[in-house]
Design a binder for this molecule. Structure first.
Ligand SMILES: Nc1nc2c(c(=O)[nH]1)N[C@H]1C(S)=C(S)[C@@H](COP(=O)(O)O)O[C@H]1N2
Ligand SMILES: [Mo]
Length: 256
């Protein structure tokens, strides 16, 4: 069937279903090329000839979804926290590669780059970051691949860090670059949320390599792929930087 000939009601349902599929599709299917956005559109019953148009349309739906999620986001509403007895052991590892390829970053030479709309572009050593006020929380991490797990992360409130670097808090986005080539970005209201932490520890220990040494941005209000590990650079910007999975069709806002 051609999208053009689909009755509008049916088409709306079809798009809703396609969007759900995009957001729930296991990343390995995107990775192996078994599923593309166009492919997903086909699964929902559109002909190959309608592919590019449908793809554009689905991306527009996902952008609309970003705006709805941003509008619904309550900067004061806290995600659930859990007792330490509920921590998932062992906590799962996940990345766009297998665990044997986890980067081993040297903490001695490490300096966190800060750029964009900030007053202070000073590069931060781990010692300096550890000297900032630390806090910890036990929260649930939810991955779109269909698993969730409870873990304990400790570090600096991201709002505190943004204030220290003199970030323009009226800017729209924060971008993150990682030592494994991963990248992602978040909206400012989420960056300023009290449970958004620049974490340096996992379960009371220095963050191990598999969980993102030297640091992971941990947000219990966002899905797993929005939580960057092995951060090397942070930049404040008004241009949406996108992200590794986001550019492949995962929803940008990625709220959980
Ligand atoms: N640098 C980097 N960060 C990343 C990823 C990655 O591949 N590289 N994967 C993301 C995804 S999809 C998930 S579910 C979580 C997994 O974090 P964990 O290994 O601590 O469970 O990291 C997120 N952050
Ligand atoms: Mo994930």
């Amino acid at each position: 069937m051609k999208t053009d000939q689909t009755p509008s009601r049916e088409r709306a349902d079809l798009l809703k279903e396609a969007e759900r599929l995009i957001e729930r599709t296991p990343r390995r299917l995107f990775l192996t090329g078994a599923v593309s956005l166009g492919g997903l559109a086909m699964l929902t019953g559109c002909s190959p000839s309608a592919e590019p148009r449908t793809e554009r349309f689905l991306r527009a739906v996902s952008r609309w979804n970003d705006r709805v999620q941003a509008g619904l986001f309550d900067p004061t509403r806290l995600a659930p926290t859990y007792p330490e007895s509920m921590i998932t052991r062992p906590f799962p590892f996940n990345a766009f590669y297998k665990e044997d390829r986890v980067p081993h970053v040297d903490g001695t030479d490490y300096r966190l780059e800060v750029s964009g709309l900030v007053a202070d572009r000073h590069r931060w050593s781990l010692e300096e970051l550890r000297a900032l006020p630390q806090t910890s929380q036990v929260t649930r991490h939810i991955c779109v691949e269909g698993w969730s797990a409870i873990g304990k992360w400790g570090g600096v409130r991201f709002r505190t860090f943004l204030e220290r670097i003199g970030a323009d808090l009226t800017a729209s986005f924060i971008g993150f670059k990682c030592s494994d080539g991963y990248h992602t970005s978040i909206d400012m209201p989420t960056a300023l949320h009290p449970q958004t932490l620049l974490t340096l520890t996992y379960d009371g220990e220095v963050l191990p390599p598999r969980y993102g040494f030297p640091m992971k941005l941990r947000m219990p209000t966002k899905l797993g792929y929005k939580n960057p590990k092995h951060i090397t650079a942070i930049y404040v910007t008004n241009t949406n930087p996108g992200g590794y999975w986001e550019d492949l069709g995962y929803n940008w806002f990625g709220g959980s």
